[in-house]
Structures are given as C-alpha cells and as structure tokens.
Design a protein around this ligand. Structure first.
Ligand SMILES: Cc1ncc(COP(=O)(O)O)c(C=O)c1O
Length: 367
C-alpha cells in the first residue's frame, strides 16, 4: 500500500533490515530497547501462562483483574501523582480525558503541531477550539487576553514533540493561563526518558501543578503497549465512572500488563538507562554538529537535523542509507534521529547525502 512505509524488520537491538539492507536503527521510540529486554519478555511469557491472553470483557463488567490495579498503583507511584488510569493505548488516553471532561471548559487551546490524538481529543471537549502557533506562550497570552481571565480554557500540547524533540514551555503556559485553566499534556515521548527520574516533561523544568493532566504511552520508553492518564484521584475516578470508552473497551491483555509492570520497575530502578541514553545523545549530537547539519539544542532523545545548505531543501534530495522514509519518515530537510541505549560500542553509522557522504564511527554504548 502506497500510504504505508516499506516494511522494516528489527534484526536485534541495534540493526534493522530495510529493503534487503542491514542498517543501524536510529528510528522508532523504543528508547531503552525494553521491548526486547529479557526480563520484560519473560514477564510476557509467565503472564500468559499464569493469566491467559485476555479478560474478554470491560473492567466495568467481568474484565477487571487485580493486575490492572497493581499497574495503576505502580504508575502513580513512579510518576508521583495521586492516581493513574490504565487504558488500551496512548492515542485513546487523550480522547478519554476529553470525553470525560466534555462541557467542563470554555475553550480548547490547541498547539498547531499537536499530535493527532490531541487534535481528535479537542473535538470531544465540546467547546470552541483555538489553535495557537507552535510552542508559543506569547500567542497563548494574547488568546487569554482575548477570551478573558474569567474563561476556563484547557490547553492541549505534546510534552516532547516527536517531529523535532522540542519541549512544550509548560511553565510559561501555567504563568499566563487563567487560574481555572488546565493543561492536557501528552507525554508519550517524555515519559520515562525525560527528567532526573524519568517522570517526563514535567520533571524537566521542575513543574508541579495539579492543573496538569499528563497522558502517557507504554509503547515507547517502556517498550510494551498501552496508555495511562495520570492525575488527581477525582479525575481518574470520573474516567472510571463516566468514560464511555473505559466502560465499553476490553482492557490490555494481562501478559502485557505483567510486562509493563516489569518495564516500569526497570525504568525506575536502573538509573544507568537514562545516563546511557544521555551519553549516546551527547555523542551523536557532537558528531552531527561537526557536519553540515544544524542540531537543535534539546534534552530529548529525538534529534532534529536541519541542513545548513539550501540545496538540501525539501523534495530536492533524499538521503540514502538508513535515512529513509521507513526509518526516519522525512526528507533531508527535516531528519530526525532517535537516540537509544542500544548501539554497539563499535557500530559505524553514516548519513549518506548526495554530495556529502558523512560517515561517523560511533562509540555508542551498548545496552
Ligand atoms: C505524541 C504522541 N501521543 C500519542 C501517541 C499514541 O500512543 P500509542 O502508540 O500508545 O497509541 C503517539 C504515538 O505514536 C505519540 O507520538
């Protein structure tokens, strides 16, 4: 199918097979490669043996299981929030929050580059939607002046934006939003990877506010599958009570919940994961800085590579090697590298451009 990227096969934690070529993998979101971590895989196997595949019903009928509550407690503990609700995936977390809080807010303020799930969620809030320019707190200030301090908006933003690794200016938003406003923060990419302890984008600038509703995916840093809403107990209970999705959906297969429990434990206890990711990130950025590419200064494992020279403009040239749509869904004017902890110590990787083959011998640490 033309609309899909060509198939990509993971060979191991470092390499992929793409159109019959073995390439070093700088794509995807399995930042700690936990999807192939032996402990996580063992948890899936033992979970399958112990609990079977599916509960085959919603948690509001016969499908509840102590393991779901255990994972919710563990997520609330890891992210240091009052409560967490487990959902089937990261995409629906935002829809469920909006569905549950429909009619609560006067306006949705939507970052123009927000993830598709937030764009869809905006509609569920059932109030006027005002888009604002990318990560622009000044524009948000102007909108708040226009709609008035008495309004009650909800601002929808990614925490770490997946297309360039930039972070949302959450502190600035909190300063300019009316007192009763809330932020729906989609932290699919920041959860686990950002902050001293992996609590995500909120930990990066040291934000603490009960006005933030953080949503996460378990299929990125945690390497498993699923999603969760993190927030106040009242909101989580409201989701359990009122959300049509929560009430009408079969929850995650229990082997995955068992695996997610292990993955969260690993991310919590293995401090070396984030250190290695940081070291690899510094190394890749350092090497790329010496090339013709400009590298954005962000703390995130998504590296946006922008060519300094105009002849690499979008559409004119596409890179060879692993920098292809399948691995990095972009042309040379907008490349992204995703750092991970998986690279071998002697791996050599290269970005091949039409005129400037850039080869870098990497000393990236293996996990
Ligand atoms: C910013 C963001 N939000 C939500 C999602 C959806 O998460 P999931 O894949 O768990 O449904 C993604 C996924 O790719 C994402 O990048």
């Amino acid at each position: 199918m033309k609309s899909l990227a060509p198939p990509l096969r993971q060979i191991d934690r470092t390499y992929v097979l793409y159109q019959s070529r073995k390439l070093t993998y700088f794509g995807g979101c399995d930042y700690f490669r936990l999807s192939s971590h032996p402990t996580v895989l063992a948890a899936i196997q033992s979970g399958l043996k112990k609990y079977g595949l599916t509960v085959a019903a919603s948690r509001k009928t016969t499908g509840n299981h102590p393991l779901y509550e255990k994972l919710e407690e563990q997520l609330a503990d890891f992210f240091d929030v009052p409560d967490a609700v487990l959902l089937s995936n990261g995409y629906v977390t935002n829809l469920v929050v909006a569905q549950t809080l429909a009619g609560t807010f006067s306006h949705v303020l939507l970052d123009e580059r927000a993830h598709a799930s937030l764009v869809d969620a905006a509609v569920f809030f059932d109030c006027p939607i005002v888009r604002f320019p990318y990560r622009n707190a000044v524009a948000v200030t102007r909108i708040v002046q226009r709609i008035g301090q008495q309004s009650r908006p909800v601002l929808l933003t990614d925490g770490m934006f997946s297309h360039d690794g930039e972070l949302a200016p959450i502190n600035a938003y909190l300063r300019v939003l009316p007192r009763d406003a809330a932020i729906l923060l989609d932290d699919a990419h920041g959860a686990g990877t950002l902050g001293k302890t992996g609590k995500g984008t909120v930990e990066q600038p040291g934000v603490r506010s009960n006005r933030i509703i953080q949503t996460i995916s378990l299929s990125k840093a945690f390497g498993v599958y699923g999603g969760a809403v993190l927030g106040q107990r009242s909101l989580c209970n409201r989701i359990r009570e009122r959300s049509r999705f929560f009430g009408g959906n079969t929850p995650l297969p229990l082997p995955l919940v068992n695996a997610a429990l292990r993955a969260v434990q690993i991310v919590k206890s293995d401090k070396s994961l984030r250190l290695r990711l940081e070291r690899n990130l510094r190394y890749v950025k350092g090497e790329l800085c010496r090339t013709e590419f400009a590298i954005a200064d962000t703390p995130s494992p998504i590296i946006s590579v922008v060519p300094r020279r105009s002849h690499y403009s979008r559409g004119k040239s596409t890179p060879g090697s692993f920098v292809t749509r399948a691995v990095l869904p972009a042309v040379i004017s907008d490349l992204r590298f995703r750092a991970s902890t998986a690279w071998n110590s002697l791996a050599t990787w290269c970005v091949l451009c039409p005129n400037t083959p850039v080869a870098m011998g990497s000393r990236l640490e293996a996990s």
